[in-house]
Design a protein around this ligand. Structure first.
Ligand code: SF4
Ligand code: SF4
Length: 110
């Protein structure tokens, strides 16, 4: 079963997430769409970090490895473990969050 947001070979989720992720067809064209972070976010499935809408990392990580993005969001953004995310903690303490800071405290390769 394909994702309901994959219409005429177009990812209509673009209208809500506002950028085009890299190769996601294994998700869009199969039942794995239910594992897609964007599918979960748009449909408000499960726990979600309250920073998802404005988090630069969440919005732009899709330019990289989508499988890795799915793992990262599963470990942090779309779980109640978001409170342990380095970005989340820094943001809540009023610090400046760089666009490349990863939830585990590492740096995104750009
Ligand atoms: S599986 Fe994800 S990327 Fe593909 S159409 Fe659905 S929401 Fe968009
Ligand atoms: S868990 Fe961290 S990376 Fe994910 S949306 Fe929240 S602040 Fe951003």
């Amino acid at each position: 079963m394909v994702c309901p947001m994959f219409i005429d070979n177009r990812r209509e989720c673009l209208l809500k997430i506002h950028f085009l992720p890299t190769y996601t067809l294994p998700y869009c064209e199969t039942e794995r769409h239910e594992e897609c972070p964007f599918f979960k976010t748009i449909n408000k499935i499960g726990n979600q970090c309250d920073c998802v809408d404005k988090c630069a990392l969440y919005k732009h990580f899709g330019a990289g490895d989508f499988r890795k993005f799915e793992q990262l969001t599963s470990d942090y953004c779309l779980s109640d473990n978001n409170v342990n995310c380095a970005r989340f903690k820094l943001n809540k303490s009023g610090g400046t969050v760089s666009s490349t800071l990863l939830p585990d405290g590492g740096e995104l390769d750009v």
